[in-house]
Design a protein around this ligand. Structure first.
Ligand SMILES: [Zn+2]
Length: 409
């Protein structure tokens, strides 16, 4: 049986100006991950925008963000609330839709303004990553809700406050959703040419504290235990792991410690990131980290401690995920877009969902680029274009008689 989806897709064309206005209004609210009041303002605006969808709205406080400070102690920062909206939990097909409200631009970052680059390109903080995507998601759902097939799909939206710092506090909400849904749609920006992210690397962020013993560098040098030297040895050994295992890269990215040069330094902090491709790479890394830490800890008067972990598992494409991409490609073709999917080293909430066994596409947001920089831009024509893509995917899923492929591992 064939269905005519055109009236609801055409409705999206009429929403273009409103989608653009709403995107720019959201981008004008600073919502750096640690600006919890700004993130909450975005959350309130989204609740208003979602009102026509119906569903049950919950405002969910999340745990504070913990960050190791220059004294080697954990600071806590409050985060904005997550927003969850659920509708029709009894419907045959359950879909999770997710987009983050935070950006990488802190409240004191110079990049806070919208600027038009040409008729189709707007530069602004978070326009592509991912405030434009939030409007794509909401409007695609509105098209579904207006269509005659909405009763086939139950959905839950999660607007999370902390994706740009690795979703440490919303990860539990994503894991909770994964137990209730059949597939996920996440609204990170697509690549500038419209292609989607397929497989993704996994990632871990770590902080290290080395403590030694302070002493006068002249009179009592022999009594000191130099924390910087121990950290330097640790980092050198850590960096030497690069190239030892296919797909694993380690990046020491920050170091801080010491003070006056006439004092043997007793404290040094460093941070590093690990990317990996295979799930069992984690165990390999952990084993080597344990060995390096034990070597340093065995030194007289020196202690080393590691914080952090692998927050993002690698995203591998299951059979179901492959089929979901093929559905997106076919929908794109019907709409005159050529869509394929490429592996990427970046990570997002799609990693978490895939790790929980839920097939998902995580770049259904707008076309844009140069994200995480002051040159971030969005192609404004992609607002309706991508909303139609999502709406068509939703309507095809709603009208499909065979969804057994969703179980393919
Ligand atoms: Zn993002």
């Amino acid at each position: 049986m064939t269905h005519d989806f055109t009236p609801w897709l055409a409705w999206l064309d009429e929403q273009h100006q409103q989608m653009l206005d709403d995107t720019l209004a959201l981008a004008e609210i600073n919502s750096g991950s640690l600006n919890h009041t700004g993130v909450n303002r975005v959350g309130e605006a989204l609740v208003r925008l979602c009102q026509p969808l119906g569903g049950d709205t919950e405002i969910l406080p999340v745990a504070p963000y913990q960050h190791l400070n220059a004294q080697g102690e954990l600071d806590q920062f409050p985060l904005g609330n997550a927003v969850r909206i659920r509708k029709r939990p009894e419907a045959p097909l359950q879909i999770f839709l997710c987009g983050h409200m935070d950006t990488v631009f802190a409240v004191d970052h110079p990049f806070q303004q919208i600027q038009w680059l040409d008729d189709d390109t707007v530069n602004g903080p978070g326009v592509a990553d991912l405030k434009g995507g939030l409007l794509v998601m909401i409007n695609a759902l509105m098209a579904l809700e207006r269509s005659p097939w909405a009763d086939q799909i139950g959905w839950q939206i999660l607007f999370n406050p902390d994706e740009e710092i690795g979703s440490p506090s919303s990860a539990a909400l994503i894991a909770e959703a994964a137990k209730e849904v059949d597939l996920g749609m996440i609204y990170e920006p697509s690549f500038p040419d419209g292609n989607l992210a397929g497989e993704r690397k996994g990632s871990g962020n770590f902080s290290v504290v080395v403590r030694g013993k302070a002493a006068h560098a002249g009179r009592e040098h022999h009594l000191g235990r130099n924390a910087i030297r121990a950290m330097a040895d640790f980092i050198a050994a850590l960096d030497d792991l690069n190239g030892q295992r296919q797909g694993v890269t380690i990046n020491p990215g920050f170091i801080e410690g010491g003070g006056a040069v006439n004092i043997v330094p007793d404290l040094c902090i460093s941070r590093f990131n690990i990317r990996l491709e295979q799930v069992d790479d984690e165990a390999w890394c952990q084993q080597h980290l344990d060995r390096l830490l034990a070597d340093i800890n065995a030194r007289d008067g020196i202690s080393i401690e590691l914080h952090g972990g692998f927050g993002r598992k690698p995203k591998k494409l299951s059979g179901a995920n492959q089929k979901l991409f093929e559905l997106a490609r076919d929908c794109g073709a019907e709409l005159g877009m050529s869509i394929s999917w490429l592996p990427t080293g970046g990570c997002c909430d799609g990693n978490n969902l895939a790790a929980a066994g839920i097939p998902n596409i995580d770049t259904l947001g707008v076309r844009g680029g140069k994200i995480h920089s002051s040159d971030e831009y969005m192609h404004v024509s992609s607002l309706t274009e991508r909303a139609k893509l999502s709406a068509l995917i939703l309507m095809k899923l709603a009208t499909s008689s065979d969804r057994s492929w969703l179980g393919e591992r």
